[in-house]
Design a protein around this ligand. Sequence first.
Ligand code: IPM
Ligand code: MG
Length: 370
Amino acid sequence: MKLNIAVLPGDGIGPEVTAQAVKALKAIAVEFNHIFTFETGLVGAAAIEKTGDPLPEETIRICENADAILFGAIGDTKYDNDPNAEIRPEQGLLGIRKVLDLYTNIRPVIAYEDLLNKSSLKKKQIKDTNILIYRELTSGIYFGEKKMGDDKASDICEYTRFEIERIAHLAFKAAQSRKHKLALVDKSNVLASSRLWRKVVQELAPQYPDVKLDCLYIDNAAMELIINPRQFDVILTENMFGDILSEEASVIVGSIGLLASASTGDKHAMFEPIHGAYTKAANKGIANPIASILSAAMLLDHFELHEEADLIRDGVDKSLKLHITTPDLNTKYEHITTTKVGDFIEDFINNPDETNLNFTNIHLGQSTII
Ligand code: IPM
Ligand code: MG
């Protein structure tokens, strides 16, 4: 298959983690005889610095012409600490989501058996967690009218029936292919926009009689997600609740550096780790590239390249099993860098049948065999 992939590394740790994902995709292309080409674009603080614009026209053009987009991370402490800044890196990411109409953000939350003891939660509570979060990505309070004055500010949260229906259908269908459970998370006891969500989703439910629909308030869902995450199969929610719940869910998995996502629309698709730019970790070799590498696997799944995607995921599983991971997860070996994790997964793709022992030795620099 020929794929033209736009790469937007962005800010902070974005470039280093994205480089590992690209490495994995290049290895896949060689192993499976695909032709993947990559075109890089500027976005976020990096783009503001060079062009004054967090989302330059040229970047939009690259994305519109690509089959898929691999996104790194966005944000910079310089802007975080300046509430008056009118041009902000995040506008780059929000702008792409809007321009390309990437309305469905899918965030898998899977508790890896080998990492159960890395979570701050109890092992027996999180074991076997496997959730898909469907987060609406192009509307709600993120995109409603904003007013900022000296003494008063506001953000409008607006949703249309159309915006709710299109993602709700996808979430119901996802539940049909899994455990047939859909949890709608809203705040319909207080917010009118949430009441519309509940009404529309309940109206659609009879079209999916094999899916059991539960409706929860966001405050309750935030608690249930930690107390008993296994009860969830597919979670459907609006933009901001999805942002918060998915970051909370990373506690189940053990590190936010592990959570990948796919942002899809009817024409375009972008794949991005859920973590941010983590500026203070940039260029230290400590950023976990797995979320980005797993996002690359989701990219392959999107094009029905499931065998290829599974190979990447097997490589990730193996790296976790052998403790070839960055310091956020690794207490066994000292200083395994971002690049080393990427090298390991690249080698695994080239050579999945190697023995564990050889891999560990080679990648920890202890080998005398090669
Ligand atoms: C995410 C991020 C973004 C969001 C930020 C960087 C704008 O937190 O993708 O979860 O809030 O959507
Ligand atoms: Mg977030």
